[in-house]
Design a protein. Sequence first.
Length: 105
Amino acid sequence: MHLLGLLTGFLGPLILWLVRKDSSPFLDHQGKEALNFQITILLVFFAFTIIGIGLAFLTLGLATLPLTGLFLIYLVLIMVWEITGCIRANRGEWYTYPVSIRIIR
C-alpha cells in the first residue's frame, strides 16, 4: 500500500485498504497510514499551487525559483518516506509516517 501511492496517488491505497482492512489489524493500520499520507500530500500540493500562483503573480515570477527548490525537496522526502514505509511494513513493523494528518482513524 505504501509503494502503490507513488504510482496511483491516494486511489491505490484507498482501494487496497478497503479490500484488505478486515483481514488483519496490521493491514488496517498500514492502509490507514498510507491513505492519510497520500491525502496529506494532496493537501500540501494544493497549498504549494495556491501559494506559488499568488507569489508568482506578486513577484512577477521571481518567487517560483525558491518554491521550486522546496517542492523538489518535498518530492524527495515523499519518496524516501514511502520507500521506508514499504520496507518496514514488509518486515512486519508498524510504520507511522513522520508528517501526516490523521484524517482516517
